[in-house]
Design a protein around this ligand. Structure first.
Ligand SMILES: Cc1ncc(COP(=O)(O)O)c(C=O)c1O
Length: 442
C-alpha cells in the first residue's frame, strides 16, 4: 500500500512519511523573529535528489497556474479581515454563523483555559478525556440524534473522523459507494480502509442502485457529503437511505457544511426529517460551530467500535478541553439563536437574486456555499484577483479540488455579513462581467 502523502507516489519507492520532516530545516517565522539562528554542521556538497524533484514539480505546478498560496490574516475571522495590511470583505471562510470570533464563545474558551489548562496531555484513551469532552458528546448526540439511541464521539478534525469511520467499519471484501464529488477525506478514508471504492456520478441515485445491485461485497457503505463542499448542493439523502434499507447498507453522511446551518442547526438529516440506525453521521465543529474538531453520532455499537478500534481516534492527543468548553457555548448559540440562520438565509436569497442576470452559472445550492463556475483556471484566478483589487476576498478553486474545466469562485456567505456586503460583492461582479465574458472567449 503506498503511503498517502504529498512526497511519495507509487513509483517513488523507498521514502516514507516523516522523512521530509526529519530532514527539514527550520522554515521562516512569521512571528517576531526572536528565535536565534541555529548553527548547522558543514553540509555535504551532494544535492539531495528528492529536493531537486520537488523543486521541478513545484515549478511545473506554477507554470500550469495551479500553485496554491496562503494569505496570512492579521485579524480574527469575520466579515472583514485584515490581510497584507489591508482590510477586505471576506467571502472565503466556512464560519457560516459568524461564531469564530463571537465574544461569548471566546469567553467560554478563556474560562475553559482557566479551569482546564491549555493541553489535553494525552490521547482520550490514556488520560486526555475530560469532563468538557464528555459533556459535549452527550449534548451533540441529543441535538443531532441520527437514531433514537445515538451516542457521539468527538475527534480533532473532520478529516480524522472520516478516516476513523471508514477504516473502522470496512476492510478487504467490503465496498464503499461514494458520490464522485465527495470531499477528499471520505475518499482517503475509503482508500485507507482497503475496501473497494466504487464511485457513482454526482447525486445519481439510479447509477448507485445499479452498482449496489451488482456487488458481492460483504459490507456495503454508501458515503456522501450532505452538502457538497465545492458546489453547495444537497445529497439526495432520503433516496440514499431507501437504497441503504433495500440493500442492507450503511449510510455515512458527512455534514461538514450542513451542521449548524440546516434543519434548525441540527443539520441535513433534520432538514430532510431522517433518522435511522443505518445512518452514521459526521459533523464538523470548525465551520458553522466556529471552533475546531468534529464528531460522529451513531448507534452505541458504532461509537464503541470507534473507541475500541479507530486508529485516528486512539493514536492522537485529545483536543484541548478548553475547545470542548468553547464548543458547548457554540452549541447553545446554534440551538437557541435562530436569528443568525434567518439572516444567513436572507443573504443567500439576496445573493442569488442579484447574480441571476450575470453571465455565470450558479449551482443548485440552497446553502451558504454559492460557487460561481468560471471554467478555465486562469479566468477563475483573474476574476478572484480583480475582486481582491476591489477589497473583496473570494478564493478561486481549481483542479484537482474540482473537476477539470470547472474552476470556480467559491463564495461563502455568513451571518456575519450584512446585506450591504452582499450588494458590494454583487456590484463588483456586475462590473467585472463584461471583461470576464471577453476573457472566456479567448
Ligand atoms: C465535506 C467535508 N468533510 C470534511 C472536511 C474536513 O473537516 P475538517 O476541516 O474539520 O478536517 C471538510 C473540510 O473542508 C469538508 O468540506
Amino acid at each position: 500500500m503506498p503511503w498517502p502523502t504529498a512526497l511519495c507516489s507509487r513509483s517513488s519507492g523507498s521514502t516514507r512519511p516523516g522523512d521530509a520532516a526529519r530532514n527539514a530545516r527550520p522554515g521562516g517565522d512569521v512571528g517576531n523573529g526572536a528565535t536565534p539562528p541555529r548553527a548547522f554542521p558543514p553540509q555535504s556538497l551532494r544535492r539531495m535528489s528528492l529536493i531537486a524533484d520537488l523543486e521541478r514539480e513545484l515549478a511545473a505546478r506554477t507554470t500550469r497556474g495551479l500553485a496554491r498560496v496562503r494569505r496570512t490574516l492579521a485579524s480574527p475571522q469575520g466579515a472583514r479581515v485584515t490581510v497584507d495590511g489591508r482590510e477586505v470583505i471576506a467571502f472565503a471562510s466556512n464560519d457560516y454563523l459568524g461564531l469564530a470570533n463571537d465574544p461569548a464563545i471566546v469567553a467560554a474558551a478563556r474560562d475553559g483555559a482557566s479551569r482546564w489548562g491549555v493541553g489535553a496531555g494525552a490521547s482520550h484513551l490514556i488520560s486526555g478525556h475530560a469532563v468538557p469532552h464528555a459533556s459535549l458528546e452527550t449534548e451533540l448526540a441529543a441535538f443531532v440524534q441520527p437514531c433514537a439511541t445515538a451516542q457521539a464521539l468527538t475527534f480533532s478534525s473532520g478529516y480524522l473522523a472520516n478516516l476513523a469511520l471508514l477504516t473502522a467499519l470496512c476492510g478487504r471484501g467490503d465496498a464503499i459507494f461514494a458520490d464522485r464529488l465527495n470531499h477528499a477525506c471520505l475518499n482517503d478514508g475509503a482508500l485507507l480502509s482497503r475496501a473497494r471504492l466504487i464511485r457513482y456520478p454526482h447525486r445519481d441515485v439510479a447509477a448507485l442502485r445499479t452498482r449496489l445491485a451488482t456487488t458481492d461485497a460483504r459490507r456495503k457503505v454508501i458515503a456522501t457529503d450532505a452538502v457538497f463542499s465545492m458546489d453547495g448542493d444537497l445529497a439526495p439523502l432520503p433516496q440514499l437511505l431507501s437504497l441503504a434499507d433495500e440493500f442492507d447498507a450503511t449510510l455515512v453522511v458527512d455534514d461538514a457544511h450542513g451542521f449548524g446551518v440546516l434543519g434548525d442547526g441540527r443539520g441535513t438529516l433534520a432538514h430532510f426529517g431522517l433518522a435511522s440506525e443505518r445512518i452514521f453521521y459526521m459533523g464538523t465543529l470548525g465551520k458553522a460551530a466556529g471552533v475546531a474538531g468534529a464528531f460522529v453520532a451513531a448507534h452505541p455499537a458504532v461509537i464503541d467500535t470507534l473507541v475500541q478500534t479507530a486508529r485516528p481516534y486512539i493514536y492522537t492527543t485529545a483536543p484541548p478541553p478548553l475547545l470542548a468548553a468553547a464548543l458547548r457555548a457554540s452549541l447553545s448559540v446554534i440551538r437557541d439563536d435562530a436569528a443568525r440562520r434567518a439572516h444567513l438565509a436572507s443573504l443567500i436569497v439576496r445573493f442569488r437574486q442579484r447574480l441571476a442576470p450575470l453571465p455565470w452559472t450558479l449551482t443548485d445550492s440552497p446553502t451558504a456555499i454559492q460557487p460561481l463556475i468560471v471554467g478555465a483556471n486562469d479566468a477563475a484566478v483573474a476574476l478572484a484577483d480583480a475582486l481582491w483589487a476591489r477589497g473583496l476576498w473570494v478564493p478561486a478553486i481549481r483542479p484537482p479540488t474540482v473537476p477539470q474545466g470547472t474552476a470556480r469562485l467559491r463564495i461563502t456567505l455568513s451571518a456575519a455579513h450584512t446585506r450591504e456586503d452582499v450588494d458590494t460583492l454583487a456590484d463588483a461582479l456586475a462590473e467585472l462581467a463584461p471583461a470576464h465574458a471577453q476573457l472566456d472567449k479567448q
